[in-house]
Design a protein around this ligand. Structure first.
Ligand code: NAP
Length: 358
C-alpha cells in the first residue's frame, strides 16, 4: 500500500501542484493509500447554489440535469460545478480503511462526509440511473475517497438518512452564527459592561441553512432575530415556530428595498449580524447595506461573489466585517443535529423541504 499526502495532493491529475479543491481533475482510483478511507457511496447532496444553477441552465429538465452532473463527475473525478464552484457532500458506508488513517472510521459504518464534494475523489458506477434530476439529493452507487485530513460524521440513529444529509450539508452555518453572536456578546460586555443587544438578520431564512441560523441566533441569546424570506408562503412556514422575532418579505437581490425592509423591522438601524443563506447570486450589496456600522456579514452562500462583496463594501464606505462561511467549525455537525432534535418546528421545516420518505 502506498503512502499518500494527508491533504490529497497525490490524487490531483491537473494542474500539477494544486490541492484537490482547486484541481480541475482528480484521480478517483478505488485503491487507497495508507491514510485514506474508501466510502461506498449511497447518496449525494448537491449544494443548493449548484443545483439551482443546473436547474436554471437546463430549464428544469431533469434528464438534462442528470446528464450534466454525470458528465461533470466523469470529467473531473469529483462533483465540482464549474459555474458555481460548489459541490455538496455525501453519505455512504465505510468500505476500506488504510492502516494509518487518523479518522477513526470502521468498515461497515454509515457516515456523512463533511468535506466538500469539490475536493472528494468520486466515481459513479450506476450512471445516476436512480435519480430523476428533480431534487438536490441523488441516490446512487459508486465510491469516494477521504484523505488523512478529511472529516466524516457517523450518521445519527434517530433521524432519517436523507434528513441527516440535508442538515449536515449546511451544519457550518449555525455553528458560525453562534460563534459570531457569542463573540460580540463577550466584546460588548468587556467594553460597555452591559449585556449585549445583538440583532441578527438572516436572509433566506426559511431555507435549510437559514432556519438553522435562526435557531443558532436564538440559542446564542441574540436580542432580536429577523427572518427575511422570499415570499408570503415562506413567511407562513416560519410563523408560529418561535425561530424569529420578526418575519419580513423581501427580495435579497434588491439592495435598496432589502436594506429599507431590514432597517424598518429593526427600529431604523441595520442588523449587527447579517447572515446570507440565499442560494442565488447578487445578495452582496443588500446584505452590506442591511448591516449596522461595525457589524458583521456572514456570507454562507456559495453564490456569493467575493469581489462584489469586497468592492461593494468599499464603494459604500461600509465599515463592516465580512466573513466567508467556512463550512468547518469544530463541533458543527453535533451542534446542528442538537438544534434539530431540540426544536420540532425546525425539524418540520426540514421535512417540508426535503420530503418525508427516505
Ligand atoms: P435552501 O435550503 O435552498 O435555502 C435558500 C433560501 O433562499 C430558500 O428559502 C430560497 O427561497 C431563498 N431565496 C432564493 N432567492 C431569494 C431571494 N431573491 N430573496 C430572498 N430569499 C431567496 O439553500 P441552503 O441549502 O440553505 O443553502 C444556502 C446557501 O448556502 C447556498 O448558496 C449554498 O451553496 C450555501 N452552502 C454553503 C456551505 C458552506 O460551507 N459555506 C455549505 C452548504 C451550502 P425558495 O426556496 O423559495 O427559492
Amino acid at each position: 500500500m502506498s503512502t499518500g499526502s494527508p491533504v490529497g495532493s497525490h490524487r490531483v491529475v491537473s494542474p500539477a501542484g494544486a490541492l484537490p479543491q482547486a484541481a480541475d481533475r482528480l484521480d478517483p482510483d478505488p485503491e487507497i493509500t495508507e491514510d485514506e478511507v474508501r466510502i461506498s457511496v449511497e447518496r449525494l447532496n448537491l449544494d443548493a447554489a449548484s443545483y439551482r444553477q443546473l436547474h436554471t441552465a437546463h430549464g428544469g429538465d431533469g434528464e438534462a440535469i442528470r446528464a450534466e452532473v454525470l458528465a461533470i463527475i466523469e470529467r473531473r473525478g469529483k462533483m465540482h460545478n464549474p459555474v458555481t464552484g460548489s459541490g455538496g457532500m455525501l453519505i455512504g458506508t465505510v468500505d476500506a480503511v488504510g492502516p494509518r488513517s487518523p479518522l477513526g472510521l470502521k468498515p461497515g459504518q454509515k457516515v456523512a462526509t463533511l468535506v466538500s464534494l469539490t475536493l472528494t475523489p468520486l466515481h459513479i458506477s450506476d450512471g445516476l440511473a436512480r435519480w430523476d434530476g428533480d431534487s438536490e439529493q441523488v441516490p446512487t452507487s459508486g465510491h469516494a475517497i477521504l484523505f488523512g485530513r478529511s472529516i466524516a460524521a457517523a450518521l445519527p440513529d434517530d433521524l432519517p438518512e436523507h434528513l441527516a444529509l440535508a442538515v449536515l450539508d449546511v451544519c457550518g452555518a449555525p455553528a458560525l452564527v453562534r460563534r459570531v453572536v457569542e463573540r460580540r456578546a463577550v466584546e460588548h460586555r468587556a467594553v460597555e459592561r452591559h449585556a449585549h443587544a445583538t440583532t441578527v438578520a438572516v436572509l433566506g431564512a426559511a431555507g435549510k441553512s437559514g432556519s438553522l441560523s435562526l435557531a443558532a441566533a436564538k440559542d446564542a441569546h441574540a436580542a432580536k432575530v429577523l427572518a427575511v424570506v422570499r415570499d408570503e408562503i415562506e413567511a407562513a412556514q416560519l410563523r408560529g415556530t418561535g425561530l424569529a422575532d420578526h418575519i419580513v418579505v423581501a427580495d435579497a437581490t434588491d439592495p435598496l428595498d432589502l436594506a429599507e425592509t431590514v432597517q424598518d423591522a429593526l427600529g431604523g438601524r441595520g442588523a449587527d449580524v447579517t447572515v446570507v443563506c440565499v442560494d442565488v447570486p447578487g445578495c452582496e450589496h443588500g446584505a452590506i447595506l442591511s448591516t449596522a456600522t461595525g457589524g458583521t456579514v456572514v456570507f454562507f452562500s456559495m453564490a456569493t461573489s467575493f469581489p462584489a462583496a469586497a468592492l461593494g463594501a468599499e464603494g459604500l464606505a461600509a465599515d463592516v466585517e465580512m466573513l466567508i462561511g467556512n463550512g468547518y467549525v469544530p463541533g458543527h455537525a453535533e451542534y446542528a443535529l442538537h438544534l434539530i432534535a431540540a426544536n420540532p418546528h425546525l425539524k418540520d421545516l426540514f421535512i417540508d423541504r426535503v420530503g418525508k420518505e427516505d
